[in-house]
Design a protein around this ligand. Structure first.
Ligand code: ZN
Length: 219
């Protein structure tokens, strides 16, 4: 039981939606979990719900409002501006401990529903500078979680070494390119698909998309 069951940490964005398609190819049973931490845009949770329903996977939404209580940041507070980090600082969107908590709760959920595999779209290639997106952190937490529950979970990070262009390529290989392009929400201002085009997240997404489309054209 559970060998072929997976939980995807899911936000309705490009990365986690690509991970969901990846998981659907690989596992017989897939469920997704979204964390509600008072994101500025409730839209994020709506999008996640719609995609989960659309792809016919069971969706868990867990209340993580304690995170914005503990660590106010640009993703949860309107008065904090979204901006890139300067002089080696982390961006204002960094939420200390976010992936530590998300992956821990996702794994506790996995235990409850009899899943062995946890999938997350974190990536250390494409700059963010978030320490809890690094491979060494995920591996370390995996060991800790297994020790804490005396179990053998495997945390998968299919995007860890991909840049944004390669993430689009993966979506394309999975037959999900248009779906991801049109249905997902990555924009910090809550606009689906191409987004506002101005925020750091939209710029990163667009640069990756442009470079993938260019590469495709040239091949
Ligand atoms: Zn945007």
């Amino acid at each position: 039981m559970g060998k072929n069951k997976a939980v995807v940490v899911f936000s309705g964005g490009q990365d986690s939606t690509t991970c969901l398609f990846w998981a659907l190819k690989k596992y017989d049973q897939v469920e997704v979990v979204t964390f509600d931490y008072n994101q500025r845009h409730k839209e994020e949770i709506e999008v996640a719900k719609e995609i989960a329903a659309d792809l016919n996977v069971r969706h868990h939404v867990l209340d993580m409002s304690l995170l914005s209580q503990l660590a106010p940041n640009a993703l949860t507070r309107d008065e904090i501006e979204v901006k890139d980090g300067e002089n080696g600082d982390l961006p204002s969107t960094f939420v200390p401990g976010r992936n530590l908590l998300f992956l821990s709760f996702a794994t506790i959920l996995a235990k409850q529903i009899g899943a062995k595999h946890i999938i997350t779209g974190v990536c250390e290639t494409d700059f963010s500078g978030y320490p809890d997106c690094r491979d060494v952190f995920v591996k370390s937490l995996n060991v800790t979680l297994n020790l804490s529950m005396d179990d053998q979970f495997v945390i998968h990070t299919p995007l860890m070494w991909l840049d944004k262009a390669e993430t689009w390529e993966l979506a394309d290989e999975l037959g999900a390119f248009n779906y991801v392009r049109e249905k997902t929400l990555t924009c910090y201002h809550g606009i689906r698909g191409e987004g506002c085009g101005e925020c750091p997240s939209c710029k990163l997404r667009k640069n990756g998309l442009d470079s993938y489309l260019q590469k495709k054209e040239n091949s």
